[in-house]
Design a protein around this ligand. Structure first.
Ligand code: SF4
Length: 107
């Protein structure tokens, strides 16, 4: 797998060229209803979070999923084991570039 140079965040259009999308074939959620990962109310979030954490917690491509969501600026939904709020907090605390560099260093 080609890994972008450090300090480089591929633009959305370049993500496929860098990583391809083969990793999604190993997603633990590939047989789940995608809508389930997009709760629309606090009640739905509270109701689904334990299941979402379990599904993503057992996913072998969790880091890649999180990286993609961060690099593409996905604002909504549960990606890579993190909620919208958790991703915003991570970016605020650590910084987007450092997060992506860290995730890249694990591949
Ligand atoms: S981390 Fe979660 S949302 Fe991402 S591919 Fe895996 S199971 Fe799906």
């Amino acid at each position: 797998m080609a890994v972008p140079a450090p300090n480089t965040i591929p633009a959305e259009d370049n993500m496929e060229q860098y990583y391809g999308w083969q990793w999604e074939l190993n997603a633990n959620c590939k047989s789940e209803d995608p809508e389930y990962f997009f709760p629309t109310s606090i009640a739905e979030w509270n109701d689904r979070l334990p299941t979402l954490r379990k599904i993503c917690g057992e996913c072998v491509v969790r880091d890649m999923c999180l990286r993609t969501a961060l690099a593409e600026g996905r604002q909504h939904g549960f990606w890579g084991g993190k909620s919208e709020k958790e991703r915003r907090l991570m970016i605020r605390k650590v910084g987007l570039k450092r997060l992506i560099d860290y995730l890249d260093s694990n591949h």
